[in-house]
Ligand binder design. Structure first.
Ligand code: ZN
Length: 313
């Protein structure tokens, strides 16, 4: 049942926690952001969430709270079991927040809720896949308008399909995951390698001993050919992963979100080319469109609030 009263949406990422009060149309009424505490454990993150909820409730009368958090969330019980880039483990998020706030709470994976916002509020895509390219690669799958989670919430980990078993180590502990090849972390690794190979190059000079993915983006903006080639490689891997996923799922579109999509065609053009190259039976199945996300960094908190409004009884 939907309510005319708004809900709070919270999006817990590796570097920041975004919060907002959102109505049933997806409009953001108030928003705020806090850094993710360095410890990133259950206790410290809960404290930040409760503080943000209190501040948001002071401004609006809300009916529910939705949380999207990076990691593996048991659904519908709302326990955060494990996360690749944050320290929280076996964290009963839903139970703790319901007890402290007396409001109904839903908790889901951050990419799942972002996918819900993109599927419902963007150009409507009832069947879609969201691939977020940030520090890691998040994935969300919406089928017939609903989030696909698998029986207990552990499905659709799109970022950890294996592209090469002998590939670079991933944040999850495996080797050669999609995330290890096509994320911001991968761009950082490629940038560091390039700086080591060419200490006088633009990437090395801009990075001044601490090259990150952001350094590579800056180097591209200055027209550096090495950095542009790294982006083409990153985009190609992105397209390879997307092609494999699009071969499995029949979707209306693949929506690419996350911080790196702000680089636009630099990333998307090579991704589309590779996705075409590796598409299965394209003459029969067609080519799945790859489009940039509509809501960018706002999708998580908006989708979390929409999910909370869906689950009020
Ligand atoms: Zn992995």
């Amino acid at each position: 049942m939907q309510s005319s009263r708004p809900a709070i949406g919270l999006d817990v990422g590796g570097t920041k926690i975004a919060g907002a009060v959102v109505d049933e149309t997806g409009a953001v009424l108030t928003e705020l952001v806090e850094p993710t505490p360095e410890e990133s454990d259950a206790e410290s993150v809960t404290a930040v969430l409760l503080d943000m909820i209190e501040r948001l409730r002071a401004e609006h009368d809300v009916v529910a709270i939705g949380v999207g958090a990076a990691g593996i969330v048991e659904w519908p019980i709302g326990t955060m079991l494990w996360a690749p880039n944050n320290a929280y483990r076996d964290w009963p998020v839903r139970e703790q927040l319901e007890k402290s706030t007396n409001l109904p709470v839903v908790v889901d994976n951050d990419a799942n809720v972002a996918a819900l916002a993109e599927a419902r509020l963007g150009e409507p895509f009832p069947n879609m896949m969201l691939v977020t390219v940030g520090t890691g690669i998040g994935g969300g799958l919406v089928m017939n308008g609903d989030i696909y989670r698998g029986p207990t919430g552990m499905g659709a980990e799109l970022g950890h399909i294996i592209l090469n078993p002998d590939g670079p180590r991933c944040g999850c502990g495996n080797h050669g995951c999609f995330e290890a090849y096509a994320s911001g972390t991968a761009l950082t690794r490629m940038g560091r390698d390039a700086a080591a190979d060419d200490p006088d190059g633009v990437i090395a000079r801009l990075g001044a001993g601490e090259v990150t993915g952001h350094t590579v983006v800056q180097a591209v903006q200055q027209g550096d050919e090495t950095a542009t080639a790294l982006f083409a490689r990153l985009g190609r891997w992105l397209g390879v992963g997307i092609a494999s996923l699009a071969n499995i799922f029949e979707v209306d579109a693949v929506v690419v979100g996350g911080g790196l999509v702000e680089t636009g065609e630099l990333l998307l053009a090579p991704a589309r080319a590779a996705a075409r190259e590796f598409a299965y039976a394209p003459t029969a199945r067609g080519i799945t469109p790859i489009v940039p996300a509509t809501f960018g960094g706002d999708a998580g908190k908006i989708g979390a609030a929409l999910l909370a409004l869906d689950h009020i009884d």
